[in-house]
Design a protein around this ligand. Structure first.
Ligand SMILES: Cc1cc2nc3c(=O)[nH]c(=O)nc-3n(C[C@H](O)[C@H](O)[C@H](O)COP(=O)(O)O)c2cc1C
Length: 416
């Protein structure tokens, strides 16, 4: 990622994840961006100003009423001199203060005075994250055009489990890159025009995610190992760029991403129905691992073992091909239809053939051989196939893949 010449104002607020801000600073510097760090009073309880300053290779600002700082660079100037303002980690407290428009310390004064885009990376205990006050504050900030990356679900420092964990520094870096350095150069959908709407504002995106479960009888089903992590991350990344997102989620253990309409389904038939009910849309991303087959006559009663011990014979029939159907020409076809190809051999060849066969615009192909650990794992190594050819992306977190794909989608719409 190349952020040469960019300037990020990084506000580190007082959460246990503040130590990860040090890694973010390191990544930003490695990508060529200048970093101006600001620590809240609570932030300085978790990381030392010296560590922040050393990694940022820049003065750390902490005090609104510092005569020295104010003489060197006034707080208004500080809030304007950056290309992007990032709050990572963003505590529940700073989100509340931002939503309320408070300016009671240097960080919130800068946030109120800035004319630049703002990206927040929330991190907090799951109950704090799910509290109606935080949910309302996030909705207020999103509606004002603040960009949000994460949080992720997982085990927390407080040993609770759920959403609230800071997005990984590489995912935050990907979101920063999507906001600062879209590809290709012109026209630039994310140009630093502070008053411009987010690049996908006004667009509707449908994203399918997760596996489907095809019943054999009331207690058994056919399924696959998809976790939904990639599809859910794409839904969140598109929403972060301003799209209205409808997520059609198969059975997953992930929480619903906030600010997104989610339809929960189990079978391929239900997923198809929910997908078509969500039309019209500008973008369709078919990331779900839809079962190819279902049992022809799923039993209404549990199949019993027979006295002979002979196993039952299950007749399979093909499931609807949601991707091919949505990509078929017609008045309701989304302008950009993106399919996923999970392959275990001849990745490029099979994925290119799938793009042609299904009639979709792009294919995101990944190698799901067990050795890669991609199916159900946290990382992905992607080959993006478009009409212009194939592009290999390095292995990275699924959130980073989602950020990069969302940025590509924004660029596509800006060009067309
Ligand atoms: C050990 C410890 C860990 C904390 N971790 C978090 C956290 O992860 N997220 C959060 O929102 N608040 C957390 N808090 C509470 C904040 O530090 C507190 O709300 C503070 O006022 C935030 O100030 P700031 O937003 O100005 O940085 C934590 C507090 C303590 C004592």
């Amino acid at each position: 990622m190349n952020l040469a010449g960019k300037r990020v104002l990084l506000i580190v607020s007082g959460g246990i994840a503040a130590y990860k801000a040090l890694e973010l600073i390191r990544l930003l510097r490695a990508a060529g961006s200048a970093v101006t760090p600001v620590l809240t009073r609570a932030g300085a309880e978790f990381v030392t100003p010296l560590a922040v300053q050393t990694l940022a290779e820049n003065t750390v600002f902490q005090d609104l009423f510092s005569l020295t700082d104010e003489a060197e660079i006034g707080h208004i100037q500080l809030s304007r001199a950056a290309d992007l303002v990032v709050v990572a980690p963003a505590t529940a407290h700073i989100l509340a203060r931002m939503a309320a428009g408070l300016a009671d310390d240097l960080a919130t004064t800068l946030l109120l005075a800035t004319d630049k885009r703002v990206l927040v990376a929330p991190a907090m205990n799951v109950r704090m994250w799910q509290h109606p006050a935080t949910v309302a504050n996030l909705a207020t900030l999103r509606a004002r055009g603040v960009f949000v990356v994460g949080p992720e679900a997982g085990e927390m420092a407080c040993h609770e489990f759920g959403p609230g964990r800071l997005a990984e520094p590489v995912a935050i870096l990907a979101a920063i890159t999507a906001l600062l350095a879209p590809e290709p150069r012109a026209p630039d959908p994310l140009a630093p025009d502070p008053l411009a709407a987010p690049p996908l504002a006004g667009r509707h995106a449908i994203v399918t995610s997760g596996p489907t479960q095809e019943p054999i009888d009331p207690v058994r089903y056919i399924a696959n190992r998809s976790s939904g992590r990639q599809g859910h991350a794409i839904a969140a990344a598109l929403a972060a760029l301003g799209a209205r997102v409808t997520l059609i989620a198969g059975p997953v253990t992930l929480p619903d991403p906030p600010g997104i309409t989610v339809r929960h389904v189990e079978t391929a038939a239900e997923m198809r129905e929910a997908t078509f009910a969500a039309l019209p849309a500008d973008i369709a991303v078919a990331a779900a691992a839809v079962a190819d087959w279902r049992v022809a006559r799923a039993g209404g009663a549990k199949i019993k073992k027979t006295a002979s011990g002979a196993p039952p014979i299950l007749d399979l029939v093909a499931n609807p091909d949601i991707l091919a159907e949505i990509a078929a020409p017609g008045p309701n076809r989304p302008r950009l239809v993106i399919g996923f190809a999970a392959e275990t051999e001849n990745l490029a060849e099979n994925a290119s053939a799938k793009r042609q066969r299904k009639g979709c615009d792009w294919i995101v192909a990944n190698d799901v051989s067990p050795a890669t650990g991609i199916m159900g794992g946290a990382e992905n190594a992607v080959l993006l196939i478009t009409a212009d050819g194939a592009e290999t992306w390095p292995r990275m977190g699924k959130e980073a893949v989602a950020g990069k794909l969302a940025a590509r989608i924004a660029t596509h719409f800006a060009k067309s």
